[in-house]
Design a protein around this ligand. Structure first.
Ligand code: 13P
Length: 336
């Protein structure tokens, strides 16, 4: 088994998943301002260190995606943040794209940037302790989108990124995120997401990426957030599995879903059903940002010194997600 495949299995073994704590400073400022906390580098570190030193990191979190600022910070115990994460048994990861910018030729859509100088930046991140990375492409659905241009150009960038990351000895998370915004149906989401993922794999193969050493991070199959055609969670899980089966090559070891604006419980329940119905060999787990942090940040904002109370909330959320990654979650556990 390759070293990269070992890293994937370390991150996703025994019901573990990924904590996506890689919000850019601008996004983190939005999150903190929403709960009336000033977005200073100290406060961003304090919240994140609180999560990373929680008890259930050991049992439930196999990898943490960091932002450039955080990977270089040192926590209150004098350990660097990657050291703190590693000491809980999790693998430190890093977001390496530089954001989604207006796509020339189709200005309603976005292309993710960050390839220039990436090889050198990867070397630095490896020295800081990162062993996996993330690059997020975003797509919108409407009657004319996503365009072929956005599907092709984002797939190409994801593949160039992935091959550079593997060359540097790290595992790339390949994240093609179809946004939930819009009035489209779940069927539209299924068709577009499958087309996008298939194109990503065409390009990954073209760029000689070792598919046993990547993690795919897709959206679940949902109707648009403004659609009047809502569907049951069971249907979400079945359509999501259909999408994965028709678009992901069998060599890929693990899939970690993003939460993408679902509530914490929705994202947990849907993942649980996906695992209950899972008749593939793919590990199906989570790489949640908001669905792991939302309640914790709300609680923390009321008293940022209440480390234990904040950790209790995070521990619960992480435990629920980990149970869902094994198909062992049930709604009544949410009340404990
Ligand atoms: P959400 O789970 O909040 O969608 O964030 C995951 C992520 O990393 C998006 O890039």
């Amino acid at each position: 088994m390759s070293e990269l495949n070992n890293i994937v299995l370390k991150i996703l073994s025994s019901g573990k998943g990924i904590l996506a704590a890689d919000e850019s400073t601008a996004t983190m400022t939005k999150r903190l301002n929403a709960v009336n906390v000033e977005s200073t580098s100290e406060n961003r570190l304090l919240f994140r260190e609180t999560l990373f030193s929680s008890e259930n990191m050991k049992k439930c979190i196999g990898g943490v995606i960091l932002y450039d600022e955080t990977i270089k910070q040192t926590g209150s115990t004098k350990k660097t943040i990657p050291e703190l994460i590693s000491s809980s048994g999790a693998v430190p990861g890093i977001k390496v794209d530089t954001g989604a910018k207006v796509l020339a030729g189709s200005p309603d859509e976005k292309i993710t940037e960050g390839l220039d100088g990436l090889r050198e930046r990867l070397k630095d991140y490896y020295k800081f302790g990162a062993r996996f990375t993330k690059w997020r492409a975003v797509y919108i659905i409407s009657n004319k989108y996503p365009s072929r241009l956005s599907i092709y150009s984002n797939a190409h960038a994801l593949a160039r990124y992935s091959s550079l990351v593997q060359e540097s000895g790290m595992v790339p998370i390949v994240e093609p995120e179809v946004l939930m915004d819009g009035t489209h149906t779940a069927e539209d989401c299924l068709n577009k997401t499958s087309e996008i993922i298939k194109k990503c794999f065409d390009e990954l193969i073209q760029h000689k990426v070792d598919l046993t050493g990547i993690i795919l991070k897709p959206n679940m199959i949902l109707p648009g957030s403004s659609s009047d055609k809502k569907i049951k969670n069971e249907e979400v899980a079945k359509l999501t599995l259909k999408c994965i089966k028709e678009s992901v090559p069998k060599e890929v070891p693990g899939i970690t879903f993003l939460s993408g604006g679902q509530t914490e419980v929705e994202a947990t329940e849907n993942l649980n059903l996906i695992n209950q119905f899972n008749d593939t060999n793919f590990i199906m787990s989570y790489s949640y940002g908001r669905a792991l942090q939302q309640s914790a940040i709300k609680f923390w904002s009321k008293d940022i010194k209440n480390i234990k109370g904040t950790q209790k909330i995070f521990n619960h959320r992480a435990e629920m997600c980990s149970l869902a990654a094994q198909g062992k979650w049930s709604k009544k556990l949410e009340e404990n």
